[in-house]
Design a protein around this ligand. Structure first.
Ligand code: ATP
Ligand code: MG
Length: 261
């Protein structure tokens, strides 16, 4: 594995060390170590089946919900082991939010989609505080102007791109520290995709953001750090500009130039 040495790791939000993931006796992630910074957007790239989603899910323990999945190794958030037995997983998933490939709003109103998390975490003391959280989250997700007059409509009645921004608003509403996105634009048209990419850029710096993408152009546009995965291993990790212009590993070069994938 090549980790470029010109990375500043002092501000790592998440540190993963020697992580292995198994589904039954099949190994899907093989000895991955990475520091994920709070300052940057990190892209995970690599061919289908290489383990990007699997590794992403280890970062907020979503693999816990998959029967037969087993995680070994160390993953810490702000230096605290997230796999320790006393970890409150509901709390963890509020701190490390997730946005999925297919927008999955709850079958509830737009307002309730955003208010749900703050309510279960007790973040609003009054109706007006909740209104504020919902408005602020929708504004940050770039959706407020489009939905402010129809907050009582169902979230599922929005367009795909709007639904994805609603899901981002829902993730933001609980004030996360990290946002994990697994191919968040793959079901969207180019205009909705551009909107989400702009949004990622606006959110950068406030949250550590990790995005899985099959689009090299998207990784190059939105991320400052890129990790290339292949067959369950992290082959190379560095500044996005270095990975795309000057990869050190042959397999990275082959992938980004489209020789396989
Ligand atoms: N729930 C599961 N049960 C068993 N095996 C799984 C499960 N999920 C993933 N795998 C296997 O683990 C490996 C990594 O899969 P993963 O979904 O993480 O890849 P990926 O890089 O996200 O691929 P894609 O780009 O197609 O989304 C694959 O071999 C896959 O078949
Ligand atoms: Mg995947």
């Amino acid at each position: 594995m090549t980790t470029h040495d010109n990375l500043d790791s002092v501000d790592a939000k998440i540190t993963a060390r020697n992580v292995f993931v198994y589904y039954g006796d099949k190994r899907a992630i093989d000895d991955v170590s990475i520091d994920i910074s709070a300052k940057y957007v990190t892209a995970f790239i690599g061919p289908s089946g290489c383990g990007k989603s699997t590794f992403l899910r280890t970062l907020n323990r979503m693999n816990d919900t998959i029967a037969g999945a087993r995680v070994e190794g160390d993953i810490a958030l702000d230096g605290v082991d997230i796999y320790k037995s006393s970890m409150d997983v509901v709390q963890l998933r509020a701190r490390v939010g997730m946005v999925f490939q297919k927008p999955n709003p709850f079958p509830k109103s737009i307002f309730e989609n955003v208010a749900y998390g703050p309510r279960i975490h007790g973040l609003a003391a009054s109706k007006s505080e909740m209104d504020e959280i919902v408005e602020r989250s929708l504004r940050r997700a770039g959706l407020w102007d489009e939905v402010k007059d129809r907050l009582a409509d169902s979230g599922t009645a929005l367009s795909g791109g709007q639904q994805q921004r609603l899901c981002i608003a829902r993730a933001i509403a609980v004030d996360p520290e990290v946002i994990l996105m697994d191919e968040p634009c793959s079901a969207l048209d180019p205009i909705a995709t551009a909107r989400i990419e702009e949004l990622i850029d606006e959110l950068r710096g406030n949250y550590a953001i990790v995005i899985v993408t099959h689009s090299m152009q998207q990784a190059a546009r939105v991320s400052q750090r890129t990790a290339f995965f292949h067959l369950g291993r992290m082959v190379e990790y560095g500044k996005t500009s270095d990975i795309f212009t000057n990869p050190r590993e042959e397999r990275t070069k082959d992938y980004i130039t489209g020789r396989y994938g």
